[in-house]
Design a protein around this ligand. Structure first.
Ligand code: UT7
Length: 334
C-alpha cells in the first residue's frame, strides 16, 4: 500500500550461482534414488553446489555486486544491507556484516533476516518500509544460501531437493507514484516447527558429540505436510494482496513462486486457474535454493526479456517457520 506520492522500485537485480553442478545421476551414486524419481516427483534435474572454501557470504557478495552494477549505482550509494538466509557463514556475526566488508561498502546498517524460504519477501518488505521513512536511499537485499552445508547426504528424502545460490535486488525510492512495490503480505505460524527444521546448533541442542552422532545438525523435513502447507499458504498469500489491491489474477503478467517442487507450482496453477505461461520456473536447473530462489528466478526472467516495463508481477513464498507471503509489484526499472 503506497502511503505517499512516491514508490519503492527494484532498481537493479542480479544473481550468482556456484560453478559446480550436481546432477540427479550424480546423486544416484550417493543415495538410493534415481533421475526418474527426482524428475517426476519434483521436476529437478540438477543443482549448483559450492566448492570447498566457498561460503554463503561469497555467493551473496557476488549476486549483490551484479545487482548494484545493474542499478548503475556505486557501492557508496548503498546505505542499507539485508541478507535473508538460513545458512549464515556462522551463527554470528551476521552474514550481512561479512558481505558489507566483501563488497567494500561503508559502515551502513547491515543485518540478517531468518524467515527460511520466505526470507527474501520478508527482507523486501522490511527494506521497503525502511526506505519509505526517508532515512535510507538505496537498499541492497540478498537471498543467499549454501544449503549443501546443512543437508544430510545420507537422507534421500531431502538431499535431492536443495541447491546453493544467491540473488539480490537494489531497492530505491522514485518520485513516481503507484509503481514498484504495490503491496506485501507476510505471515507465520510457529505451532509446528518440527515440520521443517535443523534441530541442532542453537541454545536448545548445542553442538556436542551426541548431537553430531544423532545427525541433529542437518535439515529435517516432513515432505508431505510441507507440500500441503505450501499450496495452501501460497494460494492464500496470492489472494490476500490481489483482494487488497482490487486486482484480478488475470491482470497479473508474471508469477514467480518459490522454487521448491514443480508439482506444488502446478497445483497452484490449477487452483488459481492461471495459464502455465504466466509462471517463471527454473527449479529444473537449481533445485530449491530457499531464500535465494525468488530473486534468482526474477533475475533470470528479467534477463530473458520475460519481465517488461510496467508488467504486474506476483511473488509467492512459503517456508520453514512456518512462514509464507506475497509481493505485488509493478516492474519499473529506471
Ligand atoms: O522450501 C520448502 C521445502 N520443502 C518442500 O517444498 C518440500 C515439499 N514436499 C515435497 O516436495 C514432496 O513431499 C517430496 C518431493 C519431498 C516427496 O514427494 P512425495 O510424492 O510426497 O513422496 P513421499 O514422501 O510420499 O514418498 C514416496 C516414496 C516413499 O517410499 P514408500 O514409502 O512409498 O516405499 C519414499 O521412501 O518415495 C520414496 N522416496 C524416494 N525414492 C527415491 C523418498 N525420497 C526418494 C528419493 N528417491 N530421493
Amino acid at each position: 500500500m503506497q502511503i505517499n506520492n512516491s514508490s519503492i522500485v527494484i532498481k537493479g537485480i542480479g544473481s550468482y550461482m556456484p560453478k559446480k553442478i550436481l546432477t540427479n545421476k550424480d546423486l544416484s551414486g550417493i543415495v538410493d534414488t534415481s533421475d526418474e524419481w527426482i524428475r517426476t516427483r519434483t521436476g529437478i534435474q540438477q543443482r549448483h553446489i559450492c566448492e570447498e572454501g566457498e561460503y554463503t557470504s561469497d555467493l551473496a557478495a557476488k549476486a549483490a555486486k551484479n545487482a548494484i552494477e545493474d542499478a548503475r549505482l556505486k557501492p557508496d550509494d548503498i546505505d542499507l544491507l539485508i541478507v535473508a538466509t538460513i545458512t549464515p557463514d556462522m551463527p554470528f556475526p551476521s552474514t550481512a556484516c561479512l558481505v558489507q566488508t566483501k563488497l567494500g561498502l561503508g559502515q551502513i546498517a547491515a543485518f540478517d533476516v531468518e524467515a527460511a524460504c520466505s526470507g527474501f519477501l520478508y527482507a523486501l518488505d522490511m527494506a521497503s518500509a525502511m526506505l519509505e521513512t526517508g532515512r535510507y536511499k538505496n537498499a541492497i537485499i540478498i537471498g543467499a544460501e549454501k544449503l549443501s552445508s546443512i543437508i544430510d547426504w545420507k537422507d534421500r528424502t531431502t538431499c535431492v531437493l536443495f541447491g546453493d545460490g544467491a540473488g539480490a535486488a537494489v531497492l530505491s525510492r522514485t518520485k513516481e507514484s503507484n509503481t514498484g512495490i504495490l503491496d506485501c503480505c507476510l505471515h507465520a505460524d510457529g505451532a509446528k516447527p518440527e515440520l521443517l527444521r535443523m534441530p541442532g546448533g542453537g541454545s536448545q541442542i548445542p553442538a556436542s558429540a551426541s548431537s553430531v552422532e544423532q545427525r541433529q545438525h542437518f535439515l529435517k523435513m516432513n515432505g508431505r505436510e510441507i507440500f500441503k502447507f505450501a499450496v495452501r499458504g501460497m494460494e492464500r498469500a496470492a489472494q490476500e494482496v490481489l483482494d487488497r489491491q482490487n486486482v484480478k489474477i488475470a491482470d497479473v503478467d508474471k508469477i514467480i513462486p518459490h522454487q521448491a517442487n514443480m508439482r506444488i507450482i502446478e497445483t497452484i496453477q490449477d487452483r488459481l486457474e492461471i495459464p502455465k505461461s504466466k509462471f517463471y520456473n527454473n527449479l529444473q536447473y537449481y533445485g530449491n535454493t530457499s531464500a535465494a530462489s525468488i530473486p534468482i528466478a526474477l533475475d533470470e526472467a528479467y534477463r530473458k526479456g520475460l519481465v517488461k516495463h510496467n508488467d504486474l508481477l506476483l511473488l509467492l513464498a512459503f517456508g520453514a517457520g512456518l512462514t509464507w507471503g506475497s509481493t505485488l509489484l509493478r516492474w519499473h526499472k529506471p
